[in-house]
Design a protein around this ligand. Structure first.
Ligand SMILES: C=CC1=C(C)c2cc3[nH]c(cc4nc(cc5[nH]c(cc1n2)c(C)c5CCC(=O)O)C(CCC(=O)O)=C4C)c(C)c3C=C
Ligand SMILES: [Fe+2]
Ligand SMILES: [Fe+2]
Length: 339
């Protein structure tokens, strides 16, 4: 029987923490029309004329701070481990490949290896638990653009999101228990941010998203693919699993870029508010990421940690990501095998 293919895809990271490589990464990433979703001329002027020249050197310093001498970028390191462990778990009936949406290893080369092995039955798993057109949607478009050139189109199944995956939730909960959540003053579920206009685009009823203060509190047909509603759902499941009462946690969104409104509340504002209220110890989950990366290992303990301490707080502790946890590998295997 012919093998089946699995293609794991994460966002991507610079090839090195040098300013030149970080600029190259930012250019490819931010020129994606699903990421900076404005007209092409404005996008080019904004990205190539402003963001890449100014943010490049600053981001390069951050990448230099998290770059491991042996293993490099944490995002790529953990993605490679997830790839290897999933291949071992699934065995010889499957060929598992890894690609990054931006930079390397490329999705193009990963698909080519599947094609060379005559594999025409592929499960694509964009490694983003919550659906967003800027992440999952962009991966989808890239894969389709590439397979469009195949003389015979393969059977492809896309895992569109896994915000409520039981084993994923359990893995985050296990990681949190190591830190004894009950010993913290407050818990944050801090998701990667997204421009508000991108949320609104995912509301096909045009009458739900951001129309009321609590539009993301429940998942309905209207907001099934709303990144914020899915994020709220993940956070609620985690809070239930760990018996964290409502008043002890806040759902918030980090990493805003530019001056347009993004999904709120912003993590930095919540961190400042909690410090002013006299809270001393914060435990922070980042459940939009399946692997530790710049946004978790730097932004949370260093940026938010410094901000919190400057306002009187004491500790900001990150709950480590899913990384190479066997339970998360099992979650991925189940997604493949349930096909
Ligand atoms: C969780 C999925 C992600 C979504 C959705 C997303 C949207 C998004 N991101 C930016 C801008 C930046 N993101 C950056 C880093 C970054 N983003 C994600 C994931 C999502 N982004 C990850 C996993 C990472 C870390 C990569 C790593 O190498 O560790 C960066 C680069 C770092 C920096 O300069 O801060 C930028 C820029 C936008 C504009 C956007 C949606 C519109
Ligand atoms: Fe991002
Ligand atoms: Fe919404």
């Amino acid at each position: 029987m012919s093998k089946k293919g699995v293609l794991l895809i994460n966002l991507g990271t610079p090839d090195s923490p040098s300013t030149a490589d970080v600029r190259k990464y930012l250019r490819e990433f931010l020129m994606d029309p699903l990421v900076i979703d404005i007209n092409p001329i404005s996008r080019t002027l904004l990205v190539k004329g402003i963001i890449v020249p100014t943010r490049g050197p600053k981001s390069a310093k951050l990448y230099q701070a998290i770059w491991d001498e042996k293993t490099g970028s944490p995002l790529l390191h953990y993605s490679k481990l997830q790839h290897k462990l999933l291949q071992e778990r699934l065995g010889d009936e499957y060929q598992v490949e890894l690609g990054m949406r931006y930079q390397s290893p490329s999705i193009d080369a990963a698909l080519q290896r599947l094609k060379d092995a005559l594999i025409y039955d592929i499960v694509v798993i964009p490694l983003f638990p919550q659906y967003a057109s800027a992440s999952t949607g962009s991966v989808y478009d890239k894969v389709m653009e590439l397979v469009k050139q195949w003389p015979t189109k393969p059977t492809i199944r896309f895992i569109n999101s896994f915000h409520d995956d039981e084993l994923m939730i359990e893995t985050f909960a296990d990681n949190a228990r190591k830190h004894k959540p009950e010993t913290y003053d407050h818990i944050l579920f801090s998701f990667h941010g997204l421009p508000q206009r991108q949320l609104i685009k995912s509301d096909h009823t045009h009458n739900h998203c951001l129309k009321s203060a609590d539009c993301c509190q429940t998942l309905t047909d209207a907001n099934r693919y709303c990144y914020s509603a899915q994020s709220h759902h993940t956070a609620r499941l985690l809070a239930e699993k760990l018996n964290i009462p409502k008043e002890k946690y806040t759902i918030c969104f980090q990493s805003r870029l530019g001056s347009d409104p993004w999904v709120q509340p912003y993590t930095s504002e919540i961190v400042a508010k909690l410090a002013k209220e006299g809270k001393k110890r914060l435990l922070v989950f980042c459940p939009a990421f399946v692997a530790d990366c710049l946004e978790t290992v730097y932004e949370v303990p260093v940026e938010y940690g410094d901000e919190f301490k400057a306002l009187g707080g004491e500790t900001v502790q990150l709950v480590e990501s899913l990384n190479d946890s066997p339970k998360f590998i099992e979650a991925l295997a189940k997604m493949v095998l349930s096909n």
